[in-house]
Write a protein that binds this ligand. Sequence first.
Ligand code: PMP
Length: 419
Amino acid sequence: QERAMVERRQRLLGPAYRLFYEHPVHLVRGEGAWLFDAEGNRYLDCYNNVASLGHAHPHVVEAIARQAGRINTHTRYLHETVLDYAEALLATFPASLGHVMFTCTGSEANDLALRIARAHTGGEGIVVTSLAYHGVTASLAELSPSLGEGVPLGRHVTAVAPPDAYRGGPGMPARFAADIAAAFADLRRHGIRPCALLVDTMFTSDGVFPDPAGFLAQAAEAARSAGALFIADEVQPGFGRTGTMWGFQRHGVEPDIVTMGKPMGNGHPVAGLAIRPELLERFGGSVRYFNTFGGNPVSAAAGLAVLQVLRDERLPENAAAVGAHLLAGLAALAERHPIIGDVRGAGLSIGAEMVTDRATREPATAETARIVNALRERRVLISASGPGANILKIRPPLCLSREQADLFIGTLDEVLRVA
Ligand code: PMP
């Protein structure tokens, strides 16, 4: 039956899409950190960075249903839900970020942030990290090095190495800031004025590279001295994932623009940006901007409900506590399984890097693929990424319990013993 669905999918949707897993999973229902397939099998979801509150959270489901049953309008009519949501969302940011703008996807949020940054600075030059992914549009694909060599970087884009504490060695924070300064200087030499530093506040697009706390402050300073804005991409780390509401809070830095998406509607498409109001003066004065669905009443109701649940269920705190428990469990596994070269992370955004040899740190690419598939057969869903496809990326819903964390560790232990 799954094979027939895969064939039907290919026939209808064409060849561009990839499915997770060689042996695809047909999920039909979710609850908390559990997912269920069409046969009723239960899986532990460690893959997720969308339904962060847990799947089908009743408070969000009810908020969506209630608003959808009343009205959903084009966003150029007045409606109050978006104002309530904007107020609640802005309350989570430093006072310097005084406006929010809503979109439907993280890509649109990054694209809009860059349009605004270009209007404000009059520059084009953008610095990103060399494993970054910032979105699906043409303008973002050309600044997303993780898409590979098939998608060349734009002339106005320079990529600098991300802060990899495992392979990067000491002196890394200062070097990252110096690389950013050098990249903007180089763009200037080519006649390209600085526009923005666009970086994740925890590097997880291709691998998991948790930067030491405080580290982005130096990077932001380097960008600002060059005349560029500091845009924090919080699409992955935002909304409690790394144990604080926002990733930038671990660094003691205030971004000029914050972009967000993914878990913002717990699965409902909600995204947007928060921005310093003065940066909008030129863009707001010259551009007639609207987004048909961005900030529509149903999305706003979903987003507002997400903020309420994050607060009421203390999910960022849970992510910090259960994340620390999970990291300790992984560190204990590493004592018994030499394939685990490094474990790291913040909150419930955790990476375990698999190597064939701890001395050379050679990526265990084939072994990692086998581990991911073996976990799937034992009903734990997880992904692997990184330049060597050898970093297990562990990203469960933020409601993960200690017992579920222990189940993950126990299952990984079993898989590594037979692998
Ligand atoms: N930025 C980052 C860091 C992301 O991980 C993603 C999505 N994976 C995006 C932006 C784009 O978001 P979307 O897929 O919602 O357009």
